[in-house]
Structures are given as structure tokens and as C-alpha cells.
Design a binder for this molecule. Structure first.
Ligand code: NAD
Length: 504
């Protein structure tokens, strides 16, 4: 019997129904074994247009729905996410490869975004001023945009969609989501839970696809805004194309986050924090720390020794193995790219202190496992310093001073996250005040803002003016309207006024 025959084929969620659409297929793999787990229909133009039409038809009634009713659906949806947490986490692990505890953590962060979105009735309250002129009142209100699209990356298949559509919907928009074609099942499952929670058909549609689907969304005038999270070259394309089509766009891109370790830092704690930040989720996080900048050679030597010892204790294995701390990379192509960067680092003259290239996980020989890799003496000018590797590769850079470390960070093209490890409050304050990066940790390696703050990098890590989720999302998914109102008294005759302002 052909094993392929047992592989399920998934399509799209349009108008509240699972539908087929598109003749091209993509394969989805189990990264722990390398086996094909699912086939995915890639939406063609007509399928995407069907989803947009469904979202547009659902918009007037959804816009008119009492915000509290919209919020109640999100509250029920949050309960369903909690009840189905294990199933969702397993779907994430099955296609992404991250360890189950990390998949649960991702879901938890997504749930917090749903929770924040359910406060939308409070967040949407406008601003009111009485008597701005004689008998005149003025107020601003925040109206939904219409149909909004979200395009999301593989590395947080549940959390990043939940950064977007719950708040967009809570603000009265309808949505078309295009998840990553590498691990699409969990986003689809979660969207179906939202329908179960009471979301009317058409308010949330999910289309699976690739560039063809994305470009159709970008060109269609019915789509008023696009939220994108992914790599920088694609983010730049999305931003330029979406803006050229007159849309509001926020496009979050890649990263190369540096953590500075000062000579006075608590080194064992810094080492542990860096282990999780560099190797958690196999380094496939936009807030991962692939570069540690040690200030002073003694700091660097202690850091490298500590990291080397901790790496020797690390457990790498399939994400469903409770003992595993790190799973496989997402696809064979990505595995080869990351392993290729390790080769490049060696050719460039960085010192490979720990080489994870030979790792074998018994029983999982077809999986995309790369062991943790540690480089010392990484320098600017090297590709492994500048380029986003997005794998379990940590480079130690040696600097002489805090200022030199900060100059390196500021000169880098990305500015997503950064951290400083120190016991010196003055250094920490100077660093967080001046560094040209959007999210800063002080003795916190992964300073990912909570759901009621917003998430966004600087420089080529974000194209657009508003960050993701939190208060910025309310502004991104609404447009301000300011109304000025006056009711002249009965029978009062008013003469024409030709100078401005007309009501002094
Ligand atoms: P990616 O850019 O390859 O894909 C992201 C999305 O864009 C996917 O839905 C994909 O289908 C689509 N896409 C890919 N190529 C396209 C093209 N040519 N035209 C139109 N659409 C296209 O990113 P990825 O590999 O899925 O995710 C990893 C990247 O995302 C890393 O660079 C990471 O730093 C970044 N990321 C950033 C953040 C952030 O908040 N800044 C968060 C998570 C991930």
C-alpha cells in the first residue's frame, strides 16, 4: 500500500466551510521524521477572491454588531483554546518540530492576545470634547477598516495569527488569514474553534497558499489593510506592494539580536538565559539571541566555557519526547541552509567551539536535527555575523567596552530585540535609553512584550508605523473619524461667515 494514500489533503476555510481550491499542492512534513504528513492545496487567484468576497459580505453585519457581543465570542473562543490546548500544541509540534512545552508556551501567549482583544469595547471608546465652539461638541471615534488580511510565518503558527485577527475582529473588521504553507494545520484548527465559539461565517477566512495567494491579497482593492510577519526581503516586498495599492501595511521582518554580557554580569545566570534564547525552538524565533557580545576577554572566556558545558548537557530529540529541550529544524531545505552557515562560519575563520553538524537522533535518522553550535571570535564582516541564520547557532563576539558593543548593535541592519546582562544600573539605563533597537531586555534575554504592550522592532525589522498587537493594534485596525456637531436653536437665522473659523 502506498503510504502517500494515507496523507490527508487540506484546503481552505471560507464562509464558515472547509473548501477546496487551487490545483497546485504542497507537502507538509513531520520534521522529526522527514515523512510527509499532509498535502496542502495552494490557493489560486479565484480561491483567494472567494475568501475576500466572503469577508466583504460579512463586514456590514459584523461592523454593526455590538462590540460587547463581538468580545463575548472571543471570550468563548479563549475558553475553547484552553480546553483544546493539548491538541493544538501537538499540532504545532507535529509540523513545526518545537518541543511540546514550547508549543504550549506559544499558545499561552496567543491566548493572552485573545484576552486583550476581548477588552476592545473599552479600547474603542473615542475621545469627546464639549463646547469646542459656541454650542459645538466634537468627538473622535475609531471605525473598522473593512476586510483585513494577515500573512504569517512558520515559526509561531498559532501565536502570530492570534496577534492579528482577534483584535482586527474585535474592532469590527473581517479577516482573511494566509498562514505559512510549512505548518498550516494548527492555524486552521484554531480558526474552526472560533467558528464553534459563535463567529458568523465569513468573518474569519483562512486560505492556504504561497506567493500567488499573497500577491492576490495585495492587489485586491477590497482588502484595506495587511499585517505581515516574516523575513525581511518578503516584508519589504509586502510593504512596498501593499502601499502601492493604497493599503495600510505593517510588515514585521527578520532579526539578528545581540545580547551584551558585561564583566560584572552574573555569568552562570547569563549563560542559562543565553542557552534558552539561542537554542530554544531550535533558534527559530525572531527574538532568539544568535549573538552574544562579551565585554572583555575574561568575560568572553568565562561565557564560552559556561556555554560549552551547558551545551554538553543539552537534550535534542523529537518534540513529543518530554526529555527533549530542542527539536528539529522545520524543513530539510532550512536544515541545509542552517548547516551551510556553520560551514561558512568555519571558512570565514570563526572558531567552532561546539559542532552540532554530526548529531544523530536514534530512530529519527530522517529528521531535520542539527545539534547546538557555538562559535567564538565572530566578527563584523563575517556572513555569520550579519545574516539571519534562524537556527541553533550562537556566535560570541568579543568587544572592549560597552560603547563598542553598542556601536556594533546600532550599525547592524536589524533592530528587533537586544539584551544586556549586568549588575550595573547605570550601564543598563544608558544601554536601554540609547540603543537603536525596538525591544530591550535588562537581564532578560527574550524581552517579548506582554499582550497589553505592543511588539515591534526598529530599522529593517519593521516596515510601517505601528507595531503588532497591544494598543498599536487597535490603532492599526481602525481609522479615526472626528465629528463636529452643532444644533442651532429653532428659528435662529444665521448669516454667512467668510472668514475661518466660522464659529468663533
Ligand atoms: P517567510 O518570509 O519565508 O514567509 C512568511 C510568509 O510570507 C509566509 O506566509 C509565506 O507563505 C509568505 N511568502 C514567502 N515568500 C513569499 C513571496 N515571495 N511573496 C509573497 N509571500 C511570500 O518567513 P518564514 O521563513 O515563514 O518565517 C521566518 C522569518 O520570519 C524570520 O526571518 C523571522 O525573523 C521572521 N519573524 C519575524 C517576527 C517579527 O515579529 N519581527 C516574528 C516571527 C518571525
Amino acid at each position: 500500500m502506498n503510504a502517500r494514500a494515507e496523507v490527508t489533503c487540506i484546503g481552505h476555510l471560507i464562509d464558515g466551510q472547509r473548501v477546496s481550491g487551487g490545483s497546485r499542492l504542497a507537502e507538509v512534513f513531520d520534521p522529526a521524521t522527514g515523512a510527509v504528513s499532509t498535502q496542502l492545496q495552494l490557493a489560486d487567484e479565484a480561491t483567494v477572491q472567494q475568501a475576500i468576497a466572503s469577508a466583504q459580505a460579512a463586514f456590514p453585519a459584523w461592523r454593526a454588531t455590538h462590540p460587547l457581543k463581538r468580545a463575548r465570542i472571543l471570550t468563548r473562543f479563549r475558553e475553547l483554546l484552553e480546553q483544546n490546548a493539548e491538541a493544538i500544541a501537538r499540532l504545532i509540534t507535529a509540523e513545526h518540530g518545537k518541543v511540546l512545552a514550547d508549543a504550549h508556551g506559544e499558545l499561552q501567549r496567543g491566548i493572552e492576545n485573545v484576552e486583550f482583544a476581548s477588552y476592545a469595547p473599552e479600547l474603542l471608546k473615542g475621545e469627546h470634547s464639549r463646547n469646542v465652539g459656541p454650542g459645538i461638541d466634537s468627538w473622535s471615534e475609531f471605525q473598522p477598516l473593512g476586510v483585513v488580511a494577515g500573512i504569517t510565518p512558520f515559526n509561531f503558527p498559532v501565536m502570530v495569527p492570534l496577534w492579528m485577527w482577534p483584535m482586527a475582529l474585535a474592532c469590527g473588521n473581517t479577516f482573511v488569514l494566509k498562514p505559512s504553507e510549512r505548518d498550516p494545520s494548527s492555524a486552521l484548527f484554531v480558526a474552526e474553534l472560533a467558528l464553534q465559539a459563535g463567529l458568523p461565517p465569513g468573518v474569519l477566512n483562512v486560505i492556504n497558499g504561497d506567493k500567488e495567494a499573497v500577491d492576490t491579497l495585495l492587489a485586491d482593492p477590497r482588502v484595506k489593510a495587511v499585517s505581515f510577519v516574516g523575513s525581511t526581503p518578503i516584508a519589504e516586498h509586502i510593504y512596498a506592494t501593499g502601499c502601492a495599492h493604497g493599503k495600510r501595511v505593517q510588515a514585521l521582518g527578520g532579526a539578528k539580536n545581540h545580547a551584551v554580557v558585561m564583566p560584572d554580569a552574573d555569568i552562570p545566570n547569563a549563560v542559562n538565559a543565553l542557552m534558552g534564547a539561542a537554542f530554544g525552538s531550535c533558534g527559530e524565533r525572531c527574538m532568539a539571541v544568535p549573538l552574544a557580545v562579551a565585554v572583555g576577554n575574561e568575560t568572553a572566556d568565562a561565557l564560552v566555557a559556561g556555554l560549552k558545558a551547558e551545551i554538553a548537557r543539552m537534550q535534542v530529540g523529537p518534540g513529543l519526547d518530554p526529555a527533549a529541550q530542542m527539536g528539529p529544524l522545520v524543513t530539510r531545505a532550512h536544515f541545509e541552509k542552517v548547516r551551510g552557515y556553520v560551514d561558512i562560519g568555519v571558512q570565514e575563520g570563526a572558531e567552532l567551539v561546539v559542532d552540532g553538524r554530526g548529531l544523530r537522533v536514534p530512530g529519527h535518522e530522517g529528521g531535520y536535527f542539527l545539534g547546538p553550535c557555538l562559535f567564538d571570535h565572530v566578527r563584523p564582516g563575517m556572513r555569520i555575523y550579519h545574516e539571519e541564520i534562524f537556527g541553533p547557532v550562537l556566535g560570541v563576539v568579543r568587544a572592549h567596552s560597552l560603547q563598542e558593543a553598542m556601536d556594533l548593535i546600532d550599525a547592524h541592519e536589524y533592530g528587533n530585540g537586544t539584551a544586556i546582562f549586568t549588575r550595573d544600573g547605570e550601564a543598563a539605563r544608558y544601554f536601554s535609553d540609547h540603543i537603536q533597537v525596538g525591544m530591550v531586555g535588562v537581564n532578560v534575554a527574550l524581552p517579548v512584550p506582554v499582550a497589553y504592550h505592543s511588539f515591534g522592532g526598529w530599522k529593517r525589522s519593521l516596515f510601517g508605523d505601528l507595531s503588532a498587537y497591544g494598543p498599536d493594534a487597535v490603532r492599526f485596525y481602525t481609522k479615526r473619524k472626528t465629528i463636529t456637531q452643532r444644533w442651532p436653536g429653532n428659528g435662529v437665522r444665521e448669516s454667512a461667515v467668510f472668514s475661518f473659523p466660522s464659529h468663533r
